[in-house]
Design a protein around this ligand. Structure first.
Ligand SMILES: [Zn+2]
Length: 207
């Protein structure tokens, strides 16, 4: 399958790197794994019930996933969320599928943003394949490198990395801190980022 060494060159432009990215983005099992994890995370929240003692009922948000394989698309058309039957409060579990509030998936935001900006031709190819407008990619990069480091989440979570993560290279510099094959690395990063998925993430993905 995917070799760790391929990820090692993620921020060093290579055709090989792009092939790995493409492979993962077309790996149906990887997408299904993300769905299973989100379902487990949602089940935990639901089982916990509402703080008021009420029961949580399904109140999912519709999503129009972009860059998602057709075989699993229907599984990405909902962001799991619940509503309390008593106080009407909403409880939205963290997610490894959705990082922002709109259609692009977390893994797309990570992989496309990891492409070196200098490698415009190859980066352009990947974002074109995934139908991500260049301006959206630029906005993502700006968010990773300028806004993420300012979040309360990052202030605490980044302390676990020594030496410190180079913020000007996020998310590529963050990816290299996780070990395993390409799927493991990406999954661990998505799990690491999940606390951000229930806050008011200051990221506009619109185009
Ligand atoms: Zn309640």
């Amino acid at each position: 399958m995917y070799e760790r060494t391929l990820w090692g060159s993620l921020w060093l432009p290579s055709q090989e790197t792009l092939q790995v990215c493409h492979a993962l983005l077309q790996d149906i099992e990887f997408f299904r794994l993300l769905v299973r994890i989100d379902k487990e995370l949602a089940a935990e929240v639901r089982a916990g019930g509402c703080a008021c003692g009420g029961v949580l009922h399904c109140g999912n948000f519709p999503r129009k996933p972009k860059g998602c394989p057709a075989e699993v698309r229907s599984e990405f058309e909902w962001r799991f969320s619940f509503c309390c039957n008593r106080c009407r409060c909403r409880a939205t579990p963290v997610s490894v599928r959705f990082l922002g509030q709109r259609g692009y998936l977390g893994l797309t935001m990570v992989l496309v943003s990891s492409q070196p900006a200098a490698q415009t031709a190859a980066a352009g190819r990947l974002s074109t394949t995934l139908d991500v407008p260049v301006r959206t990619v630029q906005r993502w990069r700006q968010w990773w490198r300028q806004q993420l480091p300012l979040t309360a989440f990052w202030q605490v979570a980044s302390a676990r990395f020594m030496p410190p993560v180079a913020t000007e290279q996020i998310p590529a510099s963050l990816l290299e801190r996780f070990v395993g094959n390409a799927g493991d690395v990406l999954l661990r990063l998505l799990v690491f980022l999940t606390p951000l998925t229930i806050g008011t993430i200051a990221l506009s993905e619109g185009c």
